[in-house]
Design a protein around this ligand. Structure first.
Ligand code: NDP
Ligand code: 2IT
Length: 446
């Protein structure tokens, strides 16, 4: 390891003990940025990287709520307000039993760079709770969301901190959270994105992360005069990002053969076509069932407790959660002929897996670039809320495509190496950094 990176990481680890995901995210960025900062001493003298790695503010709070039996339950709520140099804090909420401070700090840290890459004026934040929505009734989810927002409402606002969805937070939860904010603050305002169309939402926001990741893969493939048409794709997860990545891959003539959830994965060699996808959407978004039922319904393989990376495919779209591809998985993917890894999820690849991708010079789109379409359309939802005018589906989709193209260009600009190889990790990290760093320099030691 570069001794300057090592020194920097030793300080991060000492200051943020027991937060391995945060260390991992910061390390990946530091490896790209430290050589760049050494060449640009203005950032070094102003300690920009040290400041970016320290959240501006962290809120941790109690969330008491009543379950259907009338018993009190207590969860923990968090909001990491990471960086506001280029706009209000912006980022999703995750409701999952594994949520802890370190995971949300990694997500908030990634969000700062991702939001900068979108070209829109958004700072970075992330929040959530260790609440597990699985097996809870709609009423329980509503009471939990109301209690969560009762506390958080005093800290956020459309010009301060704007929330959205992530794992375990979709349209249903955004509705309950918005209703409570409106009631407490007596304001109808764009303090959350991912709202329904009838009350301030934007066309394409539900689709945007998945569609954006596929647009990004197409941009990467174009550099090698190739496209997704005719390609077999592996998708993990079966939630928001996985569903709409699949919809777009189908539209562009690719074939998706896998879906997963936290209990296992299905392999459908005939492809998850539009009709099967509609069935999955009903299963996951309304019935809230397990992906195993797909195998029973369509008579295909189900692999309990496994991930889909041993299946033969040309492209992979990890869209479930962090650290779901290890070194062995990466080798399996590449040995099976996979030449594109495009991350719908945040940090799904472990550092050793990324090394394997780099060694083989495959097309690797890291999450902070590839999945930025979601927050980009959140940014456009904020714009539409501000001007109090909704745009058409076509207009928003055209803007999404243009934004993903711009992000790709930024990665090429900052990540091009010898013989035309684009290191998208380096490109996204430096590309995302420069704007935030310059804003921090201009705003002084704040
Ligand atoms: P959803 O809650 O809609 O879906 C999550 C999916 O991933 C589910 O299939 C879930 O399975 C699976 N999953 C979650 N945790 C685990 C786990 N620990 N192990 C295995 N599978 C798991 O979330 P999203 O689709 O919104 O998010 C997916 C990923 O995309 C996350 O990394 C998120 O941070 C990232 N992302 C999301 C954006 C958005 O706009 N929603 C934007 C950018 C990135 P199960 O149902 O069994 O839990
Ligand atoms: O990780 C992410 O970018 C998101 N969960 C979306 C954030 C947002 O504010 O739309």
């Amino acid at each position: 390891m570069d001794p300057i990176v090592e020194q920097f990481m030793a300080k991060i680890q000492a200051k943020n003990p027991a937060e391995p995901e945060f260390h991992q995210a910061v390390h990946e960025v530091a490896e790209s940025l430290i050589p760049f900062i050494e060449e640009n001493p203005k950032y070094k003298h102003a300690k920009i990287l040290e400041r970016i790695a320290e959240p501006e503010r962290i809120l941790i709070f109690r969330i008491p709520w009543l379950d259907d039996k009338g018993e009190i339950q207590i969860n923990r709520g968090f909001r990491i307000e990471m960086n506001s140099a280029i706009g209000p804090y912006k980022g999703g909420l995750r409701f999952h039993p594994t949520v802890n401070l370190g995971i949300l700090k990694f997500l908030a840290f990634e969000q700062v760079f991702k939001n900068s890459l979108t070209t829109l004026p958004m700072g970075g934040g992330k929040g959530g709770s260790d609440f597990d929505p699985k097996g809870k009734s709609d009423n329980e989810v509503m009471r939990f969301c109301q209690s969560f927002m009762t506390e958080l409402s005093r800290h956020i606002g459309p010009n301060t901190d704007v929330l959205a969805g992530d794992i375990g937070v979709g349209g249903r939860e955004i509705g309950f959270l918005f209703g409570q904010y409106k009631r407490i603050r007596n304001e109808f305002t764009g303090v959350l994105t991912g709202k329904a169309l009838e009350w301030g939402g934007s066309f394409i926001r539900p689709e945007a992360t998945g569609y954006g990741a596929v647009y990004f893969a197409e941009e990467m493939l174009k550099t090698r005069e190739d496209s997704l048409k005719g390609k077999t794709c592996l998708v993990s997860g079966s939630g928001n990002v996985a569903q709409f990545a699949t919809e777009k891959i189908n539209e562009l003539g690719g074939k998706v053969v896998t879906f997963s959830d936290s209990t296992g994965f299905i392999y459908d060699p005939d492809g998850i076509d539009a009709a099967k996808l509609a069935w999955v959407m009903e299963l996951k978004n309304n019935r809230r069932g397990r992906i195993k039922e797909y195998a029973e319904k369509y008579g295909c393989e189900y692999h309990e407790g496994e991930r889909p990376w041993g299946i033969k495919g040309d492209a992979a779209f990890p869209s479930a959660t962090e650290n779901e591809i290890n070194e062995k998985d990466a080798k399996k993917l590449i040995n099976n002929g996979c030449t594109v890894i495009c991350e719908g999820a945040n940090m799904p690849s472990m550092p050793e897996a990324i090394e394997v991708y780099m060694e083989h010079k495959i097309l690797y789109g890291p999450g902070k670039a590839a999945n930025a379409g979601g927050v980009a359309i959140s940014g456009l939802e904020m714009t539409q809320n501000s001007i109090r005018l909704p745009w058409t589906r076509e207009e928003v989709d055209a803007r999404l495509q243009q934004i993903m193209k711009n992000i790709h260009e930024t990665c090429v600009k900052f990540g091009s190496e010898e013989e035309g190889y684009v290191n998208y990790v380096k490109g996204a990290n430096i590309g995302g950094f420069v704007k935030v760093a310059n804003a921090m320099l201009a705003q002084g030691a704040v």
